[in-house]
Design a protein around this ligand. Structure first.
Ligand SMILES: Nc1ncnc2c1ncn2[C@@H]1O[C@H](COP(=O)(O)OP(=O)(O)O)[C@@H](O)[C@H]1O
Ligand SMILES: [Mg+2]
Length: 326
């Protein structure tokens, strides 16, 4: 697609340790277009955060980052910290699970947004303040001109997350990375925050990556999902497709562990993810997979077309028959 904004190719992140490198991200591809929201889903530790922190230059200096990550064709891998600082906020913005830790407790909300705007734009304080109030309004904060004069502790968790979104979009980034933005919030507030993100996607045409461990969250708002396991993408497809016919046993496992109406009991995925100091040579999910065969552990499976999406399970065809046939 020619309106691709963010593009990852064979993206890799590893952390040197005394025991050797922790291979947190092991060759991920991803494309996100303008005005599109893509979900990146996987259990805790699958490499979701590290992927995006890595491309934004937010990991420790010693981190080894390889492959390619481009925004509108401009390569981020290999840029120095000064260059990446100018990319952050302006081209790519990121919001996190805990908005409080990202806000300065001693400064008023309005001032913090003003500083964010002035960091990237040559604009008077007064004009920036007007813009800050507009931004608070866009993210659905009532009485934005009064709220701008309040401190972070005067906002609820959901309202703080709205403030973070306002700051993130302050400089009209091309990509917004939202890392578990609703995980700390209760269900009603979760839905409101997802609504705000959808509005930004549609009205500002921002490309959005929604990172979550919860397939239920992405089901509400994204069009496409990329499922990650042990630092690799294992399945890719539309939400509708994935929920109806997930091809990868890991994705099925995630679906089975999802609370759903009428489901009698949740079935968590047995076992735990591999040690990323020595990831297995073949499919990293094989040790936990009830469909695994000896050939699964021979070589690292790549994503390949399957059905309407893509799968990294070499047995996807057989399993589909098995599951349908019993
Ligand atoms: N600074 C670090 N040093 C070593 N290992 C790390 C570091 N940060 C993250 N990791 C490891 O990288 C893997 C992926 O982590 P992360 O991307 O945070 O997972 P998640 O999918 O839950 O966001 C985990 O195994 C984690 O322990
Ligand atoms: Mg994470």
């Amino acid at each position: 697609m020619n309106d691709t904004v963010l593009s990852l190719r064979d993206f890799r992140v590893s952390f040197p340790t005394v025991n050797g490198p922790v291979q947190a991200v092991r060759g991920v591809d991803l494309d996100v277009s303008q005005g599109e929201m893509v979900g990146v889903v996987g259990e805790s530790g699958s490499g979701k955060s590290v992927t995006f922190l890595g491309l934004m230059g937010l990991l420790p200096r010693t981190t080894i980052i390889e492959g390619s990550a481009t925004v509108h064709g401009k390569e981020l891998v290999g840029q120095n910290s000064k260059q990446l600082r100018s990319v952050r906020g302006k081209k790519i913005a990121m919001i996190f699970q805990d908005p409080l830790s990202a806000l300065n407790p001693v400064h008023k909300i309005g001032r913090q947004i003003v500083e964010m705007i002035q960091a990237h734009e040559n604009i008077t304080k007064k004009a920036a303040h007007v813009k800050a109030v507009e931004l608070l309004d866009i993210v659905g904060i009532p009485q934005p001109d009064q709220r701008a004069h309040q401190y972070p502790h005067e906002f609820s968790g959901g309202m703080r997350q709205r403030v973070m979104i306002a700051m993130a979009i302050a400089n009209e980034p091309e990509v917004l990375i939202a890392d578990e933005p609703t995980t700390a919030l209760d269900v009603t507030v979760q839905a409101q925050i997802l609504d705000v993100m959808q509005r930004i996607q549609h009205e500002l045409r921002t490309a959005i990556v929604l990172i979550t461990h919860d397939l239920g969250v992405v089901a509400r708002v994204v069009d496409r999902v990329q499922v990650m396991y042990a630092g690799r993408a294992v399945e890719r497809g539309t939400v509708d497709d994935l929920f109806v016919r997930a091809s990868h046993p890991y994705t099925r496992g995630l679906l089975d562990s999802l609370p759903a109406l009428g489901r009698e009991r949740l079935v968590p995925i047995q076992g735990s993810p591999p040690n990323m100091l020595q990831p297995p040579p073949g499919c990293a999910f094989a040790p936990r997979c009830r469909h695994a065969q000896p050939e699964c552990v021979l070589e690292l499976p790549e994503l390949r077309p399957f059905g309407a999406g893509e799968t990294a399970c070499i047995r996807a065809e057989e399993i589909a028959v098995e599951v349908a046939g019993v």
